[in-house]
Design a protein around this ligand. Structure first.
Ligand SMILES: [Zn+2]
Length: 101
């Protein structure tokens, strides 16, 4: 199941700016924002829809990632080989999506 996250064109561009500032790839978000912007030039608040996956991937790109053998998730306390902002992939995803909705 894929649900979409709505951002305004302005928010989407800000998110893309942040990702690019961190050296990430924001082309999917730029594309989504660009498509909406060309459709609705007169209303900059028109929603941009990006999928959950794109949103999580975008947030992940601008979050600190730790890799190592002895890491522990700050939310579910399970051990993980990779932590994003101190939590495991699964918790990061639900955290980001719950923060958005
Ligand atoms: Zn976790």
């Amino acid at each position: 199941m894929t649900t979409a996250i709505r951002l305004s064109v302005k928010e989407a561009n800000e998110l893309a700016d942040q990702i690019e500032a961190g050296g990430g790839d924001a082309s999917l978000i730029r594309e989504a924002a660009g498509n909406v912007a060309t459709r609705a030039v007169k209303s900059p608040d028109t929603a941009v829809e990006i999928s959950d996956d794109e949103y999580v991937a975008a947030m992940r790109q601008k979050s600190p990632v730790q890799e190592g053998p002895d890491l522990k998730c700050a939310i579910c306390h399970s051990s993980a080989n990779i932590l994003i902002s101190g939590v495991c992939e699964e918790c990061f995803r639900s955290w980001m999506l719950s923060a958005k909705k």
